[in-house]
Design a protein around this ligand. Sequence first.
Ligand SMILES: [Zn+2]
Ligand SMILES: [Zn+2]
Ligand SMILES: [Zn+2]
Length: 393
Amino acid sequence: MKKKTNQGGAVTDITNQDPSTIKVLTVGNNSEQVEASNQEDKMELARRDAYIDPKTRDLLRQLLQLGDKAEITPAYDPQEGFVYRMTNLDQKDAGANKLSIEFLGNLSALNLLEKKFFDTASGCPYCESTIMTMHTRCPRCKSHDILKTSLTEHIPCGNIDPKENYIENRCPKCGELLVNGKFRNMGRWYVCKACSERFENPEFDLVCHHCSKNFTLKDVQVLELPKFSLNLARKKEIRQNVASLEEIRVLLAELGFKIEIPGLVTGQKSGMQHRFSLIARKEVNRQPIVIALDHAISETEIQPQPLILYVYKISEVKVDIPIFIAIPKLNADAEKIAEGNHILLIEELNDQKEIAQRIKKEIEKLESQKNPSSRPDKEEKNSFFNKLKIKKV
Ligand SMILES: [Zn+2]
Ligand SMILES: [Zn+2]
Ligand SMILES: [Zn+2]
């Protein structure tokens, strides 16, 4: 942690600037709709947004816990077709923990997950469902009213009939008994009960039980059934993001804060909706304490832009403790902005304990200001300290 300097105003305090001069703020009516300057920026923004999506965080956390070999593979459910879900969850939760292939595909497009071949399956060409049945049909009239049988020929009279029509071994045409050498089994045949056609090679078609349409075998879709795993090349970043956000969430929740991830707040001056990675609120003596956290990620160093946006947002919203997570770290200019605006900064190499102490100290200070008569009792203080360890996942 860098030592905090108090030279704020001159170089780094941008909160008094006219917002219209800050380029990143002018897009749309949501301050988060930042116009990313290139594809990589867009990816980083999208990835950062993924980290504050609760379902994504849960999934990434579970994958981290399960270890490097953990995979999410498709399983067939007779009611739903192929579904993806986390494997370590108990059956009761299975429905709630279903993961759509679109959701997983999106995370692999963001390079958070790695997508690999697992299998392909045949699907309905109309709705892609895999809940289908295959039917034998008559090649002449297409009816499903088919009998699969073996045909027997009575050689002397030339009659050909299904075996079961030779009642008591008598030919149904000429009435003679079947005698060895005088009849021939012609093997497997099909008889259409609708048009009486007899044939050796039937046609097949499929009926989809999701959309009720039918189609032939050659029309079925080939559906990709990939498997997914954590993108190990990005494991460090994933762990840092998931761990920092999660640990701070747990810490604040245990301290009685109400937490929103992401947190949406309407700006006091602009009326724009500001989106924070996390907003935590608590009332002490009927006075609110607000913590606003944002985070930024980058392949290298974080540029000032996301921090400038954050500083603008907290100038519009009453924030008591501003926290910014920068993974891996801020660049030098951005660092000055953070110092100048007294932002509690969390970087990859920070001492997590020290940060927790600082968050705790700030909260304690605020709480005693708002409620000078009450002091936290001993027991609360102890558990309070215990909860302040920011652990890695
Ligand atoms: Zn037929
Ligand atoms: Zn006969
Ligand atoms: Zn269908």
